[in-house]
Design a protein around this ligand. Sequence first.
Ligand code: HEM
Length: 356
Amino acid sequence: MSDTRTVVGQKNFNQWPIENSTRLPAISGVVLAVLLYPFVLTQFHRAVGSGAEIPTGYEVISGVFWLAAAFACPALCLLCAIRLAAGQIVTTTARRALRLAYFGVTAPTAYTFLGVVLYMSGSPISDKWVWSAAWLLLAAWTAAAPKGVILPQHRASRMPDGLRIAHAVAATIISVYVLFHIVNHLLGLLGPEAHTAMMKLGRGVYRARLVQPFLVALFLFQVGSGLALAWRWSGGTAPPFRVFQVASGLYLSIFILGHMNSVFIFARTYLKIDTGWAFATGAPTGLIHDSWNIRLLPHYWLGVFFVLSHLASGLRVVLSAHGLAEMAAARVWTAGLVVSALIATGIIAGMCGIRI
Ligand code: HEM
C-alpha cells in the first residue's frame, strides 16, 4: 500500500517543529488530567449525593460541571496527542511523551478495569492511590527517556499490510455482534423489558457453543492486532484524524479486555450473577448515585462512542483509498462521529432511567 494512502492528509504535519516549550506543558497536562480523574468522579458523587432527596439547582449545576470535567480528562489527552503528533518525533523523549498522551485517553476505561481487578483481588489499597502511583511511574518513565537519542524516521509504510487487512476483516465480522449489542442497549430507552427481550433472542446465537468461543477469539485477535498497529502508529508524526483513529483503537483494546473480564470473570465466575440489565446498570443504586458505579458512565459512553467512530475512521480510510475526495471522506467521518455521540448518549440516557 502506498504512503499517500496510508498517511492520508499527513503532508503538512511533518514540518511542524515541536519545541520543548510545547512538549512540557502537554506532558504536564496529561499527567495532571489523569491523576485528577478519580478525584473528579468523587467530586461528582459529592455533588449529586446518594439520590435519596430531590437535587437542588446548585447540585445539578455542580454535578454537570464535574461530569464535564471527567470527560475533559480524555479529551485533553487526545488534544495533547494531536498537538504532539503534529511535530517531528525524532527523539526518545518525544516518542514517549506522545505515547503517554495516547495512553491518557484510555483513563476512563483503564480506571474501571483497575477498580474491578483490585476489588476481585481484595486489595486494601484504594483504587485512587494505585492509580496515582501507576501514573507517576509512567510519567517518570517518560521523563527518564535517554537524552539526545535520535530515532530513525518513523514510516507509516512499514505497517505490515497483512496485519491491517486481517484487522479490518475481523472488524467487519465483529461489527455484526457490536451493532446488535448497541441496538440492544439502545432499547433500554424503551425500558428494561425491551432490552431483556432482545438480549434473550441474541443470547440464543452469541452464546451458542460454537459461536461464543469464536466471538471471544475474534475480539482477542482484534485487541492484539489493534495494539500492534497502535504501537507502530503511536510512535511518529500523524495527522489529527490518524491520532483519533489510534487513540480510539487503544481505548477499545483496554475497554474490550476490561469488559470481557467484567462479564466473564467478575460477574459470571466470581459473583455468579446474570449479566443482564441489572448488572449493566449497576442496580439497585444505578450509575449516577453510586460512588463506584459513576466511573461506568464515561467508560461506557466512550466505549460506544469510540467503537462506532473507530469503524467510521476505518470507513474513511477505505473511501479515500477508493478515490473519494479527501473533503468528502472527511465529511462522512465527521457525520459518523456525530451519530456515534448521539447513539452513546441515547444508550447512557436509557441506562440512567430516561424513557421515550
Ligand atoms: C453501554 C455500553 C455497554 C454495556 C452496558 C455493555 C454491557 C454488556 C453486558 C451486560 C454483557 C453481557 C451480555 C449477556 O449476558 O448476554 C455484555 C457482553 C459483551 N459485550 Fe458489552 N456492553 C457495552 C458496550 C460494548 C462494546 C462497545 C463492546 C465492543 C467493543 C462490547 C463487547 C461485549 C462483548 C464481546 C461481550 C461478551 C459477549 C458474549 O457473552 O459472548 N460491549 N456487554
